[in-house]
Design a protein around this ligand. Structure first.
Ligand code: DON
Length: 406
């Protein structure tokens, strides 16, 4: 089944999710990191970014908080980009552990690899893989620059959080040295642990994280800066990693309930990626026992349910943005045409559009039909056709272009 989503539908669903969840109580701030324990527990925001860069934000979406484990996704992308998908599978893995994010037991069980870059062991190993090898400053620059490119703007290190984490990360030190013992650290262990701790201490907003999630949804092109951050072929790998272990020991329950590939962090953020459709971030500090934000989970569940979206369903949704008709030469230009595929952005190859009833300045109604083709490896396409001059100015259609049918 193919269905169209409008901007208004998505916007309403985001606002409804906020209203429905804003008074939810329960959970508590991460208490094992002193800085996080003191963040205002009432903060709550949802931000959703479309592939054309439009943002729908409600609540505390410009509050800067600790990115924490959500950063594992960003650095996994960097390691994938630098080393390739096969090397990451060989050196780290892509398995769900079924255990908490900082489990040492998981490393003992699967001692040939750290399991996945989205749990602590694999994330520290991913930092050890980041190039340039042996160069702490160069590696940090690569991590920071990659994060900036994904977010579309700079994160800011929260010094207090960094010191708070560094002083209390005893389990991560054990993990690091156990990996070293198993030959699964690929650079200096202390340096790699410090890079991991620093990346977790980066301050970001829900809006920034939504943009980075939308960059994944848009096959590696940042929808705001329009810059390519990673190769399109990596999207399915990143989304697969998020699906398998984004909620740690609750990943299966989460996917079953929502159909949204997502990743959590103990700072209170959850990011979700619907390939081809949008990236989203919900943020609220109080966490459940597994370290996942109570309100953010509820909000994203609400959103997916009200839009009737599910990455596993056979319903294909499409979103069309920024269609212009340049009238003197009758060029139809659609900036982005995106369609949901399972774990990847499956741009559809052929559409027929029926544009009806555009009124010229002399009030004559024109009907016409045009076929056009979208190319799978391109985010924009043009189709020129001979015929009428419709208007002298550009007509810009929003996402809810009503006459566009498939
Ligand atoms: O490694 C840690 O303990 C933290 N810096 C990050 C943990 C985290 O966010 C787990 N995710 N829910």
């Amino acid at each position: 089944m193919i269905t169209r989503l409008t901007f208004d539908q998505i916007s309403t669903a985001v606002h409804d999710a906020y209203e429905a969840c804003k008074d939810i109580k329960g959970g508590q701030n991460a208490h094992y990191i002193p800085y996080l324990a003191n963040v205002n527990s009432d903060l709550f925001g949802i931000s959703l970014c479309l592939p054309d860069g439009r943002l729908i934000s409600v609540g505390d979406t410009d509050y800067r908080f600790g990115i924490e484990s959500v950063s594992k996704v960003h650095t996994a992308i960097l390691a994938l980009e630098q080393h390739g998908a096969q090397a990451i599978l060989d050196d780290i893995g892509a398995d769900a552990t079924g255990l908490p994010f900082n489990s040492i037991f998981a490393i003992l069980l699967e001692n040939d690899r750290p399991s996945t870059p989205l749990v602590n062991a694999g994330a520290i190993a991913a930092c050890s893989l980041v190039k340039p090898h042996g160069d702490a400053d160069g590696k940090w620059k690569a991590i920071f620059d990659n994060m900036t490119a994904l977010l579309g703007s700079k994160p800011q290190l929260i010094d207090e959080l960094y010191h708070s984490e560094s002083a209390t990360n005893f389990d991560n030190r054990s993990i690091t040295w156990l990996l070293q013992e198993y030959g699964r650290m690929y650079d200096d262990p202390e340096m790699s642990l410090d890079l991991y701790t620093r990346q977790c201490s980066l301050g970001v907003t829900a809006e920034q994280l939504a943009i980075s999630a939308a960059t994944i949804a848009d096959d590696g092109v940042n929808p705001l800066t329009k810059k390519r951050v990673f190769g399109a072929a990596l999207t399915s790998k990143v989304v697969a990693l998020m699906s398998a272990v984004g909620f740690y020991e609750h990943s299966g329950d989460w996917l079953y309930a929502t159909g949204l590939p997502a990743k959590t962090g103990v700072g209170g953020a959850v990011i979700g990626v619907m390939p081809g459709l949008f990236g989203v971030c919900a943020f609220a500090p109080p966490l459940d026992d597994a370290g996942n934000s109570v309100k953010a989970q509820a909000a994203l569940k609400h959103l997916m349910k009200s839009l009737n979206l599910n990455v596993f369903s056979n319903t294909h949704y499409y979103v069309i943005s920024n269609c212009n008709i340049f009238c003197d030469d009758c060029l139809i230009n659609c900036y982005i045409l995106s369609d949901k595929g399972l774990f990847h952005n499956d741009r559809v190859t052929h559409y027929t559009a029926f544009f009806n009833h555009y009124t010229r300045s002399d009030n004559r109604v024109i009907n016409f039909t045009v076929d056009f083709t979208a190319f799978a490896d391109d985010t924009s396409f043009n189709y020129g056709f001979p015929g009428y001059v419709l208007r002298t100015d550009d007509i810009t259609f929003g996402i809810d272009l009503p006459e566009l049918l498939i």
